[in-house]
Ligand binder design. Structure first.
Ligand code: ADP
Ligand code: MG
Length: 257
């Protein structure tokens, strides 16, 4: 589906740790204490080199799905494999280790540390984990997202779009098997949102990265290779090469928009 590092990026592609799915959920259910069944038997596979969007009305289970798939929470039943590792049923400590080694995150509010330079924000997760890092890979990411001129500045000195582009580099620098992005353009103006989404898709295609993006915005989800539509804790539709118009139709039919 996507090209493996062409042109000047050839030398710096991130090699996948294994050849199977980046993420695989099998019959995952989640019942919160209090009895709310937020996920019903969800089965899905995310292949390396894919940008997958997860859409659906408020309360349909998008956040719960992401939290279970990313190892932030445990499902009540079912299997969650990240980069081949089973994480359902692991205790909090082991899930934290697994996230640190295999998962990256991008948040709506960027979540950069205000007192640190952009350069230090990017390398902080690696330094905290005591990991060495691949400078060629980091520099290729920095160049590709266009923030080379911002590395010495603090987050507040950058635009929202620049901060989110720095957060993309931070999420990818450790070569995670998958990056989960929760409404990554929710705080951006239209132009910056477009730039960030175009970059996200480019990073997936050119660098063979894997991204799962939760969004309620059909225009954002239209950048994905595939969009899943959730309703009442189930995946009710899947659109390949989705367009904003088809996604909007699908969501309107569910009555949540
Ligand atoms: P979405 O992200 O699509 O808006 P969520 O995954 O946040 O949906 O929520 C799915 C359902 O689970 C909703 O009914 C919500 O109220 C419920 N829910 C979410 N988080 C919790 C929680 N921590 N405890 C109890 N119920 C929850
Ligand atoms: Mg949510």
């Amino acid at each position: 589906m996507s090209a493996w590092g062409f042109g000047r990026h050839t030398a710096v592609r991130a090699e996948p740790a294994h050849t199977g799915p980046a993420v695989a959920l099998t019959q995952v259910s989640k019942v919160y204490s209090g009895g709310v069944r937020a996920l019903h038997d969800v089965t899905l596979t995310v292949w390396p080199g894919t940008l997958l969007a997860v859409m659906g009305p408020s309360g349909s289970g998008k956040s719960t799905l992401m939290h279970c798939a990313a190892g932030l929470d445990s499902p009540t039943s079912g299997s969650v494999r990240v980069d081949g590792h089973e994480i359902a049923g692991l205790d909090e400590t082991r899930r934290t280790e697994l996230r640190r080694d295999h998962v990256g995150f991008v948040f709506q509010a960027y979540n950069l540390i205000p007192s640190l330079s952009i350069q230090d924000n990017i390398t902080l997760p690696l330094r905290l984990a005591g990991r060495t890092f691949d400078r060629d890979w980091m520099n290729a990411l920095i160049e590709r997202v266009g923030i080379a001129g911002c590395l010495g500045r603090r987050p507040a000195e950058l635009s929202g779009g620049q901060q989110q582009r720095a957060a993309l580099v931070r999420a990818l620098v450790a070569k995670p098997a998958v990056v989960f992005a929760d409404e990554p353009t929710g705080a951006l103006d239209l132009h910056s949102a477009h730039q960030v989404l175009q970059l996200l898709r480019s990073l997936v295609d050119e660098f063979h990265q894997t991204v799962v993006m939760v969004t309620h915005d059909p225009a954002a989800a239209a950048w994905a290779h595939e969009a899943l539509v959730m309703a009442d804790g189930r995946v009710v539709d899947s659109l390949m090469a989705p367009t904003a118009a088809r996604l909007a139709d699908c969501l309107i039919a569910l009555g949540g928009y």
